[in-house]
Design a protein around this ligand. Structure first.
Ligand code: GMT
Length: 379
C-alpha cells in the first residue's frame, strides 16, 4: 500500500508512534510518505520505502497567524495525487484530521477518493477537548474520518464523553519496537552517573504541567533519604526551571542529573532501575511502555490509560495523582529488595512484549484493508 502519514514531528508520543508505525510499515514493503513541517525526530536515517514531504508555511507580513492548516491540506492533496496514495493516516485531531477532511474534499473534485484514518492520542481530546473553541471542528473531523482509532479504552471513553462523536472508535494500543531497543553495553554510562552503585530512577517527558515533574523530584527527595539513588531527568519544556528551583530548595541537586532532550532514550533506560510517571492525565503513557520494554518497572499515577499498561504490584506500582509520598513508598519497596526488583523488571518486559510492534502492526494493516474495501472509488 501507499500510505501518507501526518504527524507532529516533535518529541511528543503521538509523533513517536506515527514515526515508528511508518518505519515498521516501510519494513513490510509498504510505501510510506511522511507529511510534516519538520523531519520527525525518530525517523533517523532514511530507508527504502520512506519519503518525507515538508510542509512550508510562508511568512507573509499580513498574517499574524500563518495559515498552516491550509498549507498542510494543499500538501496532502499534492502528495496524494502525485504519489498516488491509497490512504492517509493522520495522528492527532487538531489540525491534522480537519486538514485531511479539506484535502479529501479537494481530491474528490479531482475524481480521487482518499480514505482518511484518524488516530487520537490524548491531549488532542483530553486537553484541547475542554476548550470549547475547538469542539465543533474536532467533533466534525472525527466523524468525517473513514476510520478512527484511539490509543486506549480510556481515551475512547473520554472522546465519547467530551465530543459529539458518533463514529465507531477502534482501540489500537501504542506499541514498542523491542528489536530496536536491544541495549549495547551501558556500563560506562551507569558508572558515570551512579559510580557507587546507586539505584537509578528515570523520568522522561516534555516537562509540561500535565506531567507533574515536580512530583518526581519530591518523591525522589524522600527515596534518596532511604537509599543511595540518582535521578535522571530527560526532556525539556515549560516546567524545567521550576523543577530546577525545587531541586535547589530540597537539596537534591547533586543527585539529580538533567540530561535534556534525547532523540532516543534507549541507552538511558538501559541503566534505569525504575521509571517514574506521575502525570495528571495520560491517555496511554508511551514513555512508561518504552521503559517496560527496557525491563524497567514503572512508578506511576493511576490516571487515564496508564492502568491499561502498568499493572499495579506486577510491572510497577500506581498511586493517586499528587500522592508523591505514596510513590516514594512504592519506589523504596521495589528498590530495597533486589529479588523483588528483579521480578518486577522481568514482569515489565513480559508485559511490554504484549505491546510489541509485531503484535500491533497487523491491527493497523487490517484496519487499512477494511477502510480501502469499503471506500467506493470516485467515478
Ligand atoms: O504527553 C504529551 O504531552 C504528548 C502527547 C502527544 O500527543 O504526543 O502524548 C499523548 O500521546 C501519546 C502517544 O499516544 C500517549 O502515550 C500520551 O499518554 C498522550 N499524552 C497525554 O494524554 C497527556
Amino acid at each position: 500500500m501507499k500510505i501518507g502519514i501526518v504527524c507532529y514531528p516533535t518529541f511528543g508520543g503521538s509523533g513517536v508512534v506515527a514515526t515508528e508505525l511508518g518505519k515498521a510499515l516501510a519494513a513490510k514493503n509498504h510505501e510510506v510518505h511522511f507529511i510534516t513541517y519538520n523531519q520527525p525526530v525518530r525517523l533517523g536515517s532514511f530507508s527504502e520505502n520512506i519519503y518525507y514531504h515538508e510542509v512550508n508555511v510562508s511568512d507573509y507580513p499580513l498574517f499574524d497567524y500563518p495559515p498552516y492548516e491550509f498549507v498542510l491540506a494543499s500538501k496532502m492533496v499534492d502528495v496524494a495525487r502525485f504519489e498516488k496514495l491509497d490512504l492517509l493516516h493522520v495522528h492527532y485531531a487538531i489540525p491534522h484530521a480537519s486538514a485531511a477532511y479539506t484535502a479529501k474534499q479537494i481530491l474528490r473534485s479531482h475524481g480521487i477518493e482518499l480514505p482518511v484514518i484518524t488516530t487520537l492520542h490524548g491531549t488532542d481530546i483530553t486537553l484541547l477537548g475542554r476548550d470549547a473553541s475547538f469542539e465543533p471542528v474536532i467533533s466534525f473531523a472525527i466523524n468525517q474520518s473513514d476510520a478512527v482509532t484511539a490509543v486506549s479504552h480510556s481515551l475512547k471513553n473520554d472522546t465519547y464523553k467530551l465530543f459529539g462523536v458518533d463514529k465507531e472508535i477502534h482501540v489500537i494500543p501504542n506499541f514498542v519496537c523491542l528489536d530496536s531497543m536491544k541495549i549495547k553495553n551501558a556500563d560506562g554510562f551507569r558508572l558515570k552517573h551512579a559510580p557507587n552503585g546507586e539505584k537509578i530512577l528515570v523520568h522522561i517527558s516534555n516537562f509540561r504541567a500535565v506531567k507533574r515533574v515536580e512530583d518526581v523530584v519530591r518523591m525522589f527527595a524522600i527515596v534518596q533519604q532511604q537509599l543511595p539513588a540518582k535521578l535522571l531527568l530527560i526532556g525539556d519544556g515549560p516546567e524545567r526551571s521550576k523543577v530546577e528551583q525545587l531541586c535547589r530548595e530540597l537539596g537534591t541537586c547533586k543527585n539529580v542529573i538533567m540530561l535534556g532532550k534525547l532523540k532516543n532514550p534507549t541507552e538511558a533506560l538501559g541503566i534505569a532501575d525504575l521509571f517514574v510517571l506521575p502525570s495528571e492525565s495520560e491517555s496511554f503513557g508511551l514513555a512508561a511502555l518504552e521503559a517496560m520494554g527496557a525491563s524497567v518497572p514503572v512508578i506511576s499515577t493511576n490516571t487515564g490509560g496508564i492502568p491499561e499498561v502498568n499493572r499495579h504490584g506486577v510491572t510497577g506500582m500506581m498511586s493517586n495523582v499528587g500522592d508523591f509520598e505514596d510513590m516514594a513508598r512504592n519506589a523504596i519497596y521495589l528498590l530495597e529488595d533486589e529479588a523483588r526488583l528483579l521480578k518486577f523488571k522481568a514482569n515489565a518486559y513480559r508485559r511490554a512484549e504484549q505491546f510489541d510492534i509485531h503484535n500491533i502492526l497487523p491491527l493497523y494493516e487490517e484496519l487499512y484493508a477494511g477502510v480501502m474495501d469499503t471506500t467506493t472509488p470516485a467515478s
